[in-house]
Write a protein that binds this ligand. Structure first.
Ligand code: EPU
Length: 338
């Protein structure tokens, strides 16, 4: 366990916002996490856990303790003829875990290649991309309860996964810290190329019978072509969730906006791409000072250099207000604001 007082978090958040924490404690095992949680300051002061810092916007210095999760380890826990169960430490870099599985031909998470962040953050917002969500392959999630340091194992159904949502954003918010995730992966993987962009990318590469490595490579190429690399241009991926609107509102909007995309959900609501709504407001590639929407993906807000978190947040609120006044749709932030 390493403790650093007055530490800058600039390198620890993918927006690259320069804020300080009163104290940074880096933990590398579940035991160290328990020790950190038993410190008196955790009972009395503000604290938070930081993983890959890829879904967070700091708007001011953090007056408290940041616990940086570096719990590592990938192990096979069981297998049968068709499946293998892999347990990964929550501080493992997500994409490194994906590559580890792809190289061993364990299928299920290849569509989630190159998503920034840590493995433990995955279940919290049920990360998803290109037709797959992490919930599709999660067997269970292990978490330490903050109150008494006990270990709780949640089955997939207990996690109450939804679109960018889980129990960890609601009932268990601030009450537990994920230490490991168990995945059930396929030993004879069938690829999921249902998402149009993947199909096109594979066709372009002349691949007729893709394996999971081909799908992973295709996803990496698509993401690199559309989404800015956080190490080159600060960002946290999609800033807002794609809103789900009532059918009546969607049909009304469709009358005035023939091209509005919409995807019917099991609930009967229609999911509308927020990137489209923002683009229609003339805000794709819009820059205000040090921040703006990305030129190729209006849903991604970027830091052109030394933007403060407050500047980025104000811009995001401006974008949401424009969408609301034009379409009557409220955009919900996907990124956590601290
Ligand atoms: N679109 C536009 N203009 C834009 C961006 C998008 O018109 O500037 C429209 C297009 O019609 C496009 C559609 O939006 O066909 C969907 O765009 P895209 O495939 O880029 O996906 P998205 O809905 O914007 C979601 C996830 C991404 C994930 C991709 C691919 C959310 C909030 N975002 O984005 O996840 O990578 O699908 O599956 O659901 C993230 O959560 O941080 C993230 C990057």
């Amino acid at each position: 366990m390493k403790t650093e007082p007055g530490r800058s978090l600039k390198e620890l958040n993918t927006f690259g916002v320069d804020v300080n924490a009163d104290k940074l404690i880096t933990i590398t095992t579940a035991e160290e996490l328990k020790q950190a949680l038993s410190l008196p300051e955790i009972k009395t002061n503000r604290w938070m856990v930081l993983g890959g810092g890829s879904n967070i916007l700091f708007t001011r210095d953090f007056n408290g303790t940041v616990i940086l999760n570096k719990i590592k380890g990938i192990e096979k826990i069981k297998e049968d003829d068709t499946h293998i169960w892999i347990k990964a430490g929550s501080g493992e870099v997500w994409h490194e875990l994906v590559l580890w599985c792809v190289n061993k031909n364990y299928g299920g998470i290849e569509n989630l290649s190159l998503i920034p962040g840590s493995t433990g953050a995955g279940p919290i917002q049920n990360i998803g991309a290109y037709g797959v969500e992490i919930k599709d392959v999660i067997e269970s999630v292990e978490a330490i309860m903050v109150e008494d340091g006990s270990l709780r194992v949640l089955t997939n159904s207990e996690c109450l996964f939804g679109y960018r949502d889980s129990i960890f954003k609601h009932e268990l918010k601030g009450k537990c810290i994920i230490v490991s995730v168990v995945f059930k992966l396929s030993k004879n993987p069938e690829v999921n190329t249902s998402y149009g962009a993947i199909k096109q990318e594979l066709e372009k590469a002349g691949i007729i019978h893709p394996g999971i490595k081909d799908v992973s490579d295709a996803v990496i190429r698509i993401r690199r072509s559309k989404l800015p690399d956080p190490s080159a241009l600060g960002n946290a991926g999609s800033f807002f969730k794609n809103p789900e609107v009532e059918k009546e509102l969607y049909e009304k909007l469709k009358r005035d906006n023939e091209t509005i995309p919409g995807f019917i959900q099991p609930s009967g609501k229609i999911k509308v791409p927020a990137g489209w709504l923002i683009e229609q407001c003339g805000l794709k590639g819009k820059r205000v000072g040090n921040t703006g929407t990305h030129k190729d993906q209006a849903l991604v807000i970027v830091n052109y250099g030394n933007a403060s978190g407050k500047e980025i947040l104000d811009f995001a609120d401006y974008v949401a207000a424009q969408v609301n006044s034009r379409f009557g749709i409220t955009l919900e932030k996907e990124v956590n604001i601290v």
